[in-house]
Write a protein that binds this ligand. Structure first.
Ligand SMILES: [Zn+2]
Length: 686
């Protein structure tokens, strides 16, 4: 019987082996997704109370003789808490019931507060110090290191008075960040355009606009920017939009940012770091701001000439169209789109016909199965949180042993998480009885709901996103780390995207694109000419893209390493003129709406570029041996995925590559001749 359209779409034969199971609780995963809101609230509180009591007992010991009795016991208590609250903390994004979602949100807040308390607990910090000489294995040494680091970063090692001061400063910082983000969320900025100016916009876009007596009102935000700037033929209207956009947040947000930078600098100094950037990078792979800045600088030096050439090319197109005004930053998106339309025309709808979900999912599964020597088996009925969600076993091909479980929840539903992401539900770890706890994960997304009797048709972007997210899922589920804190994707924040960024390359290889595509009517794979156009389009604006990324990363890093008194607007104008083809527009305040700076990516924006360097370098191993080579795949699984965060990423990478990391593959990827970059400066990322 068909439960619903959603169920139909996902269950329409993905070609995996289905194993039936007796529908008796508890589920194999040990997770009960059927809890009511009241049950959830009770379970959440009792689990937190239990963990709190256990931690008190552990801390009351005089001096634990082993790591397992001290820090290891703390780690077990917090891991047990995570396992007991898997459903309670994740249903906020997944449940079909609003009541349950609300209860789950409340539980997540309690858990977050509990975790903040743990990280700043001086007694746990003392246990971490004690654990250093007791640690014997590499994972144990790393565990002590991670807890020490957390304590140092929260002020757990300071005396009571100083610790309270730091906590107060963190609270102030938090409030500034919330106010900054709130301002951007609530602010309604619009521009007015005349009917003449609206003529070049698509009819569909025009329909979304409010009208008045003299024309249209265009909201100025992220949802309209690409459409408007790419299609608006009037340079004057584009300029008005660009100026309004870059004034968002206004003086109020500039003030908040200035205050936040000063607070961050103060906190960093109190915790013993020379700057906020140094504080942030201490717990990252890059380690120092200088190392991150060196990479950003190199990328900029190499891509800026390319960006200038791209601008010159578009300026010619503009001149040829009869417009003799100088080429400005607001001209770029429009003429880029003109170039794409003429030279690289890729009909997205035509591409979709080749990616029916019934072909894509099993084909992508097959790639992962072959590469990593695993098998995915569908389990029926799925014991999940909503109809239409499917459940799978991951089995090791060599040993036949089950390793983990995962769920796919791929279509929109009211109240569900609205993006595409991997949820690490239950982490792997070694249990006290010596067995290994099988991890559980989920890929949660929002693909277009299929029309009755037809499979959902995906865009190339959808396919890439799924392959990327599935890469995170493999990282989470194939882990063999003994501690929860070191399992799967709990790696350094500037490394976590590396594996999935690497895997995106698969979805740009012509042979693989043919393998994963099948026209919904004819069954034919994607034709060569369409593939060639798709690939060419990807690199149209490489220079602009990468010099822009290098600029954003450098701005963020310099803002957070130049002391307590920085003029954020001046710094933006100086760097923008230096690092990109266009100076900032006079009178604007672009930093006032740069959400990353106040949304958790402070001194962290460089991470996008940073992890891409390792992604492309790891990819060279597969490139030389074949993209579906189980031999390299097995090494990747053993050296990167299974190890998780038991070692620093540098060490893992050196093992996998058999050499230090090189930036060359990244340059090759972004279309820069590595030889054009000064030979002596290539070592920044090593
Ligand atoms: Zn990702």
């Amino acid at each position: 019987m068909r439960l619903s359209l959603l169920a139909l779409a996902v269950c329409a034969g993905f070609g995996t082996t289905a194993i039936a199971r007796a529908a008796a609780l508890p589920a194999d995963t040990g997770i009960d997704w059927t809890v009511s809101a009241d049950q959830l609230t009770g379970l959440c509180q009792s689990s937190i109370d239990k963990a709190t009591a256990r931690i008190k007992d552990i801390e009351a010991q005089k001096k634990p003789a082993t790591l397992a009795a001290g820090l290891g016991a703390i780690e077990r208590a917090t891991a047990d808490l995570s396992d007991e609250t898997v459903a309670a903390s994740n249903l906020a994004q997944l449940s079909t019931s609003k009541e349950v979602r609300d209860a789950s949100n409340a539980c997540s807040e309690k858990l977050a507060a509990f975790n903040v308390q743990i990280a700043a607990d001086p007694a746990i910090y003392a246990l971490a110090k004690q654990a250093v000489p007791l640690a014997k294995t590499q994972p144990e040494k790393q565990l002590a290191k991670l807890y020490l680091e957390a304590g140092r970063r929260t002020g757990a090692g300071l005396d009571k008075e100083k610790r309270e001061e730091v906590t107060k400063l963190f609270d102030q910082l938090n409030n500034l960040a919330l106010a900054f983000t709130k301002e951007l969320g609530e602010e309604q900025v619009t521009i007015h355009i005349s009917p003449d100016e609206a003529a070049s916009l698509s009819a569909e876009f025009q329909k979304t606009l409010k009208k008045d007596d003299t024309g249209y009102i265009v909201p100025v935000d992220e949802s309209t920017a690409v459409q408007f700037m790419g299609n608006e033929a009037s340079g004057d209207a584009r300029q008005r939009f660009a100026v309004a956009f870059q004034k968002k947040g206004g003086e109020a947000n500039v003030k908040r940012l200035t205050d936040a930078v000063a607070l961050r600098d103060q906190i960093a100094h109190r915790l013993g770091f020379p700057s906020w950037a140094a504080y942030q990078l201490d717990a990252k792979m890059a380690k120092t701001p200088a190392r991150a800045l060196a990479l950003l600088n190199q990328v900029d030096q190499a891509s800026l000439p390319k960006a200038k050439a791209e601008v010159a090319n578009l300026a010619q197109i503009k001149a040829a169209s009869g417009d003799s005004s100088p080429f400005a930053s607001w001209d770029y998106p429009y003429y880029e789109k003109q170039l794409e339309k003429t030279k690289y025309a890729v009909d997205e709808d035509a591409v979709r016909q080749y990616f029916p979900v019934t072909k894509v999912v099993p084909a992508l599964f097959a790639i992962y199965e072959k590469l990593l020597s695993v098998k995915f088996e569908e389990i029926q009925p799925a014991m999940a949180w909503a109809p239409g969600v499917t459940e799978y076993d991951i089995v090791d091909v060599k040993t036949g042993k089950p390793l983990a479980w995962f769920f796919l929840d791929l279509y929109p539903r009211e109240g569900k998480y609205s993006h595409f992401a991997t949820f690490p539900l239950k982490q792997g770890r070694l249990l006290p009885d010596g067995s290994y706890q099988k991890p559980v994960g989920a890929v949660v997304g929002n693909w277009p709901t299929p029309a009755p009797g037809r499979p959902s048709l995906l865009s190339h972007d959808d396919v890439i996103t799924f392959f990327h997210e599935f890469g995170h899922l493999m990282h989470d589920t194939l882990t063999q780390a003994p501690f929860e804190s070191e399992a799967g994707t709990n790696v350094r924040g500037d490394f976590v995207e590396g594996p999935s960024q690497m895997l995106e390359n698969w979805m740009w290889q012509p042979a693989i694109l043919k393998e994963v595509s099948s026209n919904v009517d004819t069954g034919q794979p994607l034709p060569d000419d369409l593939i060639a156009k798709m690939i060419a389009l990807l690199h149209v604006s490489d220079g602009m893209r990468w010099s822009g990324q290098a600029f954003y990363g450098s701005y963020d890093m310099k803002l957070h390493s130049s002391g307590a008194k920085v003029d954020p607007t001046q710094l933006w104008f100086d760097l923008k003129a230096q690092m990109t083809p266009f100076p900032a527009i006079p009178g604007t305040l672009p930093e006032a709406s740069f959400g990353h700076l106040m949304g958790g990516y402070d001194a962290g924006y460089y991470g996008y570029l940073w992890s891409l360097v390792f992604a492309q370098d790891m990819f060279t191993e597969f490139k030389s041996e074949g993209l579906e080579s189980p031999v390299i795949g097995a090494r990747y699984r053993a050296d990167i995925l299974e190890k998780g965060a038991t070692e620093e990423p540098d060490v893992l990478l050196r093992e996998f590559l058999g050499r230090p990391v090189s930036v060359d593959a990244f340059y090759d990827y972004v279309g820069i001749d590595p030889k054009s970059v000064k030979a002596g400066s290539k070592k920044a990322a090593q």
